[in-house]
Design a protein around this ligand. Sequence first.
Ligand SMILES: Cc1cc2nc3c(=O)[nH]c(=O)nc-3n(C[C@H](O)[C@H](O)[C@H](O)COP(=O)(O)OP(=O)(O)OC[C@H]3O[C@@H](n4cnc5c(N)ncnc54)[C@H](O)[C@@H]3O)c2cc1C
Length: 441
Amino acid sequence: MAESSGVLAPGFTTDPYWWDAAPPETAREPLPEQTDVLVVGSGYCGLSAAAELARHGVDVTVVDAEDLGAGASTRSGGMVSSGQKLVIGGAIKGVDAARMGRLLEDSLSSYEHLKTLIREKELDADLGVFGRYFAAHVPRHYDRLRRQGELLAKHTGVTVHEIPKSRQDEITRTDYYHGGIVIDDYGGLHPAKYHRALRRLAAANGAILRSHAPVLKVGPAVDGLHEVETGRGRIKARQVFFGTNGYSDKASGFLHKKVVGVRSYQIATEPLPPVLIAEINTGRRMITDSRKELIYARPSPDGTRILFGSRPGMFTLPEREAAPRLHAMMIKVWPQLAGYRVTHCWSGKVGMTADKIAHMGRQDGIDFAIGCNGNGVALMTYLGHQSALKLLGRQNRSSAFDDPSFPKIPVPFYDGRPWFLPIVSGWYHLQDAIARRAAGL
Ligand SMILES: Cc1cc2nc3c(=O)[nH]c(=O)nc-3n(C[C@H](O)[C@H](O)[C@H](O)COP(=O)(O)OP(=O)(O)OC[C@H]3O[C@@H](n4cnc5c(N)ncnc54)[C@H](O)[C@@H]3O)c2cc1C
């Protein structure tokens, strides 16, 4: 059995596993002096907006503070779905029925949009639709998951299977979970390959992509042009679109008080024997659970490793310290993995909003789409696309997520520095522990 000090495999790296196949890209060529639309942020949201704008002949420039794709988009779990985060993540609590219906409908559209985009543009993204298992981490969550599955089936037409604990081995061999639901329609992709494909699509359509050009300040429009200060000089833009999500900073003006970047961590195991992978995950499904501090796990797209993610503690940790903690969490769920080491541990920032819902819109003359709340592979791609259609005046109907008047993070004097996150995270860990203790586990 690997001791915690011996958990890191030789050659261990803090780069995402996904970057082995498709690393982010550097593009340090000079910025143009002027552009019609300046897209800030080169994640799925920004690239998707840029690809659509450029396809319609708009002169568009994407800038990122770091390498292209350095944000969450090449770091995620790559799980793709519709609506589940709104229902199972609890965002629709307190939302009236009409709005809930529209949000779920649009969320479904986001997943359909992603699949169509990948299919029609033949994007190299390793998309596989093998289903997702939502596991109950305490027995009483099983009934809650069943009810949530019914709601998703009703509103989004997905096929849901109830899996009592007695049949759980059909999905995954673990005693940690207490049954759950499988939704056949959900799947996973390779997030960094998908990002690379979107970069290529945007560039092929004519968008200019530039890395290492942090936007520092956006001036008000004068004679129809914003003067934008970047770390690489000034650029004039008719319109500015922020797709900065969990990485939003002061440059995004009002936005950075409405979104908090919360760090999530993942590890990749060394290659595993095929029989072990098949025992842990019988059908190449994505797996998430009902904890407050969610666990998410999946096989790598080539089926050789398990990728496992969560927040391993209250505080932000260096990845080297997070890796043994995540490994320990993983072997609590799947003790069979105890002898296998970790080759990669990385983290990225998820953009959380006070109402747990993503928002797009325009405020103070700036367009934006932010707030994935941990579920943005399909959704932020879609909201980037919808934002582009809106700028082009080509939207068929306005998106249910188009609602710029969303609440600020409800913390007095919040200035974009999330000092309160350890308290929230500690509270979540405590609630998870209390739930298991109350269930006698
Ligand atoms: C560890 C992890 C696991 C996840 N797992 C999943 C999953 O399984 N399924 C799912 O659907 N979602 C998942 N997500 C969420 C998903 O990755 C995000 O929702 C999505 O990638 C957001 O894309 P985006 O384009 O909005 O933002 P990002 O990809 O985060 O891009 C924002 C970019 O803006 C840039 N930026 C910020 N400020 C400035 C500035 N002032 N000037 C220039 N550039 C700036 C940043 O450098 C960054 O590159 C996960 C996220 C993380 C971190």
